[in-house]
Structures are given as structure tokens and as C-alpha cells.
Ligand binder design. Sequence first.
Ligand SMILES: [Fe+2]
Ligand SMILES: [Fe+2]
Length: 184
Amino acid sequence: MSVKNAMTADFLRSAYGGESMAHMRYLIWGEAAEKDGFPNIGRLFKAVSYAEWVHAKNHFTVLKEQVGDYTVPAGAVFGLTNIVENLQGAINGELHEIEQMYPVYLETAKFQNEKDAQRSFHFAVEAEKQHADLFKKAQNLAKEGKDMADSKFYVCPVCGHTVEGEAPDKCPICGVKGELFKEF
Ligand SMILES: [Fe+2]
Ligand SMILES: [Fe+2]
């Protein structure tokens, strides 16, 4: 794992910052959802929080030889109001990553022939698409005062692929065995 070009390295650091904050934000919103009587949406937040940790770890690992201190600017969503607004914040953050941030980062990594960064950005953007869909589903239910169904969530420990219900035999994004998926 390595990165050579400064611009791709900057994007990896920024993505690491964004994923780290998303990880923390989802734990906070998950706890709030539980307290407000939506335990299954709370579990969704925890599952997705783990996926963002996987993304942060992947970006950090690509940067492992870039030893030193950096100031890291990264997109950050704030707000802790009610479950519907918190879910809107989650949807907005995911859509920003899907539509703007990761496509640009991925194209830059391709242009600079940074294979490890390409893999890390690719894994993240694919997982964020499921996150956005799951948060939209949760929000539609929460708007009616309903929780999600009491089904499990499974997250790929390699790429963060996140599914509701059952783990696949094999991760469709990275190919890891489904039995390795983490259950929430
Ligand atoms: Fe996400
Ligand atoms: Fe995967």
C-alpha cells in the first residue's frame, strides 16, 4: 500500500477525515435514535458507522508511509435535533460523497495512476450508495413515526458493503466471503 502523488495523498487524507467524522456522527445519531424509540434505525446507524470506519482505515493504510502531522480539511455535517433531520444529514453526507467527492477523488487517482488509492476510493463510493438508500428507507419510516423492521444488517470488513437481511455468499464489491461480514 502506498501513494506517490501529493494531490491523491491530500484527497486520501481529506477522505480519511470525512469518514472518521461520519463514523463518530453515526454513533451519536444511533444513540439518539435508540433513546427516541427507534432501536432498529439505531442499529442501522451503528452498522453504517462501522462501514465508515472500514473506509477510514483503508484510506489511512494507503497513507501508511506518509508519516507526519497534517491539518486535514474535510466535509462535516452537524446537527443533533430529531431523527428525521438527523437522517437527512446522513443522506446529504452520503450524496455529497457519491455525487461529488469520491468521483473527483477517483478520477484523480486514475489520472495519477495510484492503484491503491483507486481501490480505496472505489470501495468507499460503492458502499456509500447503499448507505444513502438505507438512510432514505429509514427516513421514510421515521417520518411516519415508524422504526425499521427487526432484521439484521451485515457489513463487509474489507470494503464496507452494507446490506439489510442476510449477508451475500461473496461480497459483490470486493469478493470477500460473506461469512466474514460483521453482523449488527
Ligand atoms: Fe457511508
Ligand atoms: Fe466487500
